[in-house]
Design a protein around this ligand. Sequence first.
Ligand SMILES: [Zn+2]
Length: 695
Amino acid sequence: MPSHFTLRMQFGPHQDAEEVARQLLKLVRTAPVDEVMVFFFAEDLNNGHETLDEIKEWIERTRPWRKALADAGVTLSLNQWHTMLHGDRFRTLKPDQKWQPMVDPFGKAASACVCPLDPGWRMYYEETMRLYAKEGFRVIWIDDDIRFHNHLPLTWGGCFCPLHVSEFNQRAAAKGDAAGAKATREEIVAKCLAPGEPHPWRAMWLDMWQETHLEMIARWRDIAEAGGSKLGLMSSNPDVHAAEGRRWEDWWTAFGAKMGSGPFCLKDPQGARADDARRKTDLTPSSSAMHRPHFWGYNDALGSALPGYIAMLDQNRRVQTPGMESGPEIECHPYGRWNKSFRQTGAQMALAHILGSSNLNISLYDFMGNWPDDEPERADFLRQWRPALDWLADQFPMTLKAVGVGLPWSEDMGRKVRTDGSGQWGSLTCKTRGWANWLGSAGHAFAMAAQPAVNAIGGSVAWAFSDAELREWLAKGMLLDGVAASVLVERGLGELIGMKTGRFITQKDRLYSIEHCLDAAFSLRVGAQMGANWPEHIQRMYQGDLLSGARVVSDLRGPKQNVVGHGLTLFENGLGGCVAIVPWDAQSDLAMNIQRAAQLTKTLAWLSRGVSLGSASGAPWLVPQFLTDGRAWRGVVWNASPDAVGQFTITPPADTPPIRTATHIDARGHMRSATVSGDTVVVNEPMGQWEMVVV
Ligand SMILES: [Zn+2]
């Protein structure tokens, strides 16, 4: 199954359609392009909610070059860049757009972002869909501004406007909730964000947001499908969607998925260009939905971002239903190679296929309509990488799933989390990828779902799970951070983690500055020390009243080496499970070093009772991935460090067959064999940053 390159491009009505056609035909003859995702009204060319006349002008003026592309065998899809609008950015509603603006939790109104309940805006938007649906696009994409969060300059987002409050009041009245029937925005927000057991209004509010959105989307889908187009969804950070109460399966249903349907049809094309039939694919719409997940930064990032990127795409893959078309967004904004290098763009495309993608939605061209000719190196880049990406797409079918240490999370976490009482809607967001950073950077594979041997929970996401789920995981191997441990103690599960009670301390309470290792079985060596002085993760430390049987294998010390508390604790509980607790906050910024990496590595070995979960070692920032469908196995080791690597060791998950071959893919997309000797891989050219070895 080859890759599928979709280029995200925008050319406005001010441009000469003949020249656009000439440029694009030259591009698609030079570069491997399967599809062009045509953007309308995106970014620099957005002027708020464009009028229907403006939309008609864009459609007319772009039709000649769209037809030229279609005649050349290029598939076309459409991304109209706004629904409610991403953010104001000093745009305003037009004089005849008498719509309810979006309102944030504090009552501030936007100048251009609208309330999705406004009936006038809804009529307008359905009309835009009717216009677009006549144009024969394979997919009409709904941009990820179809979300409640992130609509600057609003605080957190919206919408908490009078229309939404009224809708909530009516729903409450229908349930016989007299207080809810007359509640104000301020009262609703306060109840939704109150500390302690979540107030029932929180679920009611989130249900209202979701249900009113999905009714609207289903109407758009009907319009799109009546014209022969599918409706696709772009999405944002899954952690923040959970603070909107998003339940993904319902969304896929609204977008046209029939649950339990077979995989989308990816078939060999009829009439593909004869010179490249192998590469050309035809993504035929089926009864499944289409998803364009976001998972990587828009700019060049430090290598330390890689585990989080792996985790976010894995999260997105986990909320999809079987057989979905998944085409991750390969973004670059603001535009060009000064913003994101080819090296990192290639790595992003490779990771998309490693975690299973049907196509790649690639931004190499800006949204102002500058000519592809301005920088012909982009076409060369696409051509250079295509063979490796076709190979990766073959090697990593979408049926494979990541394995390793389980990092469970839940789409319902925003509904279940106990807030910090800050009164901010953001307090419903649980960070979920912290342990991915700590474990991935120390060379350990992870998966963004519960796993059978060892699971790790960090932070307030511990509220998201049932007692039964937690007990099941606590009967195996469980790694907790201080915050998660405090939640389990509060939930009455202390006897299963070795803590009767506990409390947080800060350096103001007891001046700690060092974590000191006491046990060689759980450290690099006895006496090894790690800084606990000012990094973010040690701002507060959870200190338990330890139960009999709990072991302290590191302690907290002050600057004069005086012991002021415990560090890592271990406990074997009555369920037969092993629990390790670090006192710090795993959802905070990473502070990795050889001592911490050794501590985590040995602790994981104890938690798994010596069974390998998959790891790599030999240099900092070797980030491994292992995937399986229960029969076939695949592994990848990334170098996320700026220092090149010559060789490393892979410890594959238990039950995997011996590693026989290894393929190094470099930053230019060149593939070359690496030498395998037992579990050692030697690359024949130095493995640079953002490069990988596939086994
Ligand atoms: Zn509203």
